[in-house]
Design a protein around this ligand. Structure first.
Ligand code: NAD
Ligand code: ZN
Length: 469
């Protein structure tokens, strides 16, 4: 079974009327991939409509052609989104090829909804309602069994989350034992405060799989190399073990980095317990620690085997921490240019990270507002909360993009901060690699986010507008 669609084909399966063909192009676009509709490609190959092919040459021959096409598609280069026919699982070789060559998502649809959608169409297997319902009853469990993930029909965000290995489910903390992939032992690395709140539930859910527990200090203090070194020393796992990180972004960053380096890299699972973690930090495989020279300066790209999001864990989150997450959610909403809840923001980030796992292109959009935010944080000696700093940074980014700042004001109400202007400006310049004097910023253009050079005096004026007395 595959864990995610990173560098792999994403195959959509499901019964007739599950809406594969409707969402495949949208999923493909969000992932920057091409979308291939198997039935249309077969029609091109055999020069017959599917209905005619069935009538003239029969289903058996169709399945042979279909399985051959599937093998070709799976062998062909660039990862794509494959929209597969409803009967593809009938062929054993096709089932095997899928299991090896793709991350497979089943779109789940009930018989009533499926029949409403397909009745009256020219599909060969949708002529008779009773037969259609019988076939649905037979096949639905087969899709589930063959799939790496099951998503509700029409749920594009659900497909993107699944593709990134993100599992969203209220109460999933109590199912950790089943949801951590594999059956090997687990080293639980947790924020010490979160361990007090949720440690008993996590430990009891992991049951026999729990090998050891490792508390980390709260907050940024955890992101130090000596904490990673302590984990290298304390962990008792071998290569089939898994590190489970329970906590906010600081915990998942450190535990993920420990997993990336312990025995040259073992699997890890993120269980984010802050809103920042659930919409941002736990997704996409960036792990690391701070150094004496600055934040996040040492680390590794190491994609989590799964991200388990239980939003009921946010009930205990302090207001200030919720605001930090709200700033990242709004940042993502501005990038997407339509309203997003936390799950939608997580799906948006998932798609960008799958498109650009190593942060060389579109993933950099996630820095919207952060150039200014980091400068203000540094100038405040890190007294200013990250969320407050990002909220101010978003104001500056919107102003420089020629956009209305009302959405940020309404949601986050950022107030100018009293920090030293020169200190903020020199921090901003240090943070940015300069390209020919101009400063590269993520901005919002008419066709979506862009990375654009802006003259230093303009950038400095935008920064100054965020600073008060
Ligand atoms: N890897 C990435 O892609 C990425 C992206 C964004 C941010 N980050 C990193 O994430 C870190 C910030 O993460 P954060 O904001 O989650 O901070 P955090 O991990 O420090 O958690 C914030 C506070 O909330 C407490 N807490 C956590 N869960 C709780 C819960 N359910 N109930 C009550 N209290 C709880 C913690 O004890 C801590 O005091 C930064 O170091 C940042 O660099 C990483
Ligand atoms: Zn941020």
């Amino acid at each position: 079974m595959a864990l995610n669609a990173l560098d792999r084909h994403l195959a959509l399966i499901g019964f007739m009327g599950a809406g594969k063909t409707t969402i495949a192009p949208e999923v493909a676009e969000r992932l920057g991939r091409r979308s291939v509709e198997a039935d249309r490609t077969i029609e091109g190959r055999v020069q017959l409509r599917i209905g005619e092919f069935f009538a003239r040459r029969g289903e058996t021959e169709f399945r042979v052609v279909e399985a051959a096409l599937l093998r070709d598609l799976l062998d062909s280069g660039e990862p794509a989104v494959l929209d597969l026919g409803g009967g593809v699982l009938k062929t054993p070789t096709a089932r095997e090829a899928l299991a090896h060559g793709a991350f497979t998502v089943a779109l789940d649809v009930d018989a009533d909804a499926a029949w409403t959608r397909v009745r009256g169409s020219d599909r060969p297997l949708a002529a008779d309602e009773a037969a259609f319902r019988r076939l649905h009853g037979e096949r639905a469990p087969q899709y589930t069994a063959a799939a790496d993930a099951v998503v509700r029909s029409g749920d594009v965000d659900g497909v993107l989350l699944a593709a990134a290995g993100v599992h969203h489910e209220p109460g999933s903390l109590d199912r950790l034992g089943e949801l951590v992939p594999g059956d090997g032992p687990v080293g639980l690395v947790a924020d010490e405060h979160v361990l007090g709140l949720y440690g008993d539930r996590a430990r009891s859910a992991l049951g026999d799989r729990l090998a050891s527990t490792h508390p980390l200090p709260r907050g940024e203090a955890a992101k130090r190399l000596h904490e990673v070194e302590r984990l290298w020393h304390e962990l008792t796992l071998d290569r089939d073990g898994t590190v489970v990180a329970l906590g906010g972004g600081t915990t998942t960053d450190v535990a993920g980095f420990a997993a990336a380096t312990y025995l040259r890299g073992i699997a890890w699972v993120a269980v984010p317990t802050t809103l920042v973690g659930q919409v941002d930090a736990a997704i996409g495989g960036k792990t690391g620690v701070d150094t004496a020279d600055g934040k996040n300066l040492a680390g590794a790209f190491h994609w989590p085997a799964r991200v388990i999001v239980d939003d009921t864990l946010l009930r205990t989150l302090p207001e200030q921490e919720r605001r930090n997450g709200e700033a990242e959610r709004l940042k993502t909403e501005l990038l997407a240019s339509h309203p997003l809840d936390a799950r939608g923001a997580a799906a948006y980030k998932s798609a960008l990270c799958l498109r650009d796992p190593h942060d060389r292109g579109v993933r950099r959009w996630l820095n919207l507002g952060h150039t200014f935010g980091h400068a203000l944080e540094a100038a405040s000696g890190f007294e200013l909360a990250h969320g407050e700093a990002v909220a101010l940074g978003l104001l500056a980014a919107l102003r420089l993009s020629g956009r209305d700042t009302a959405p940020v004001e309404a949601a986050l109400d950022p107030r100018p901060v009293a920090v030293d202007r020169d200190r903020a400006w020199s921090a901003l310049q240090r943070d940015k690699k300069r390209a020919g004097g101009a400063i590269n910023l993520v901005l919002l253009g008419p066709d979506g986010p862009t990375v654009e050079p802006r003259p230093p005096d303009e950038v400095r004026a935008a920064l100054d507008s965020l600073i008060g007395h």
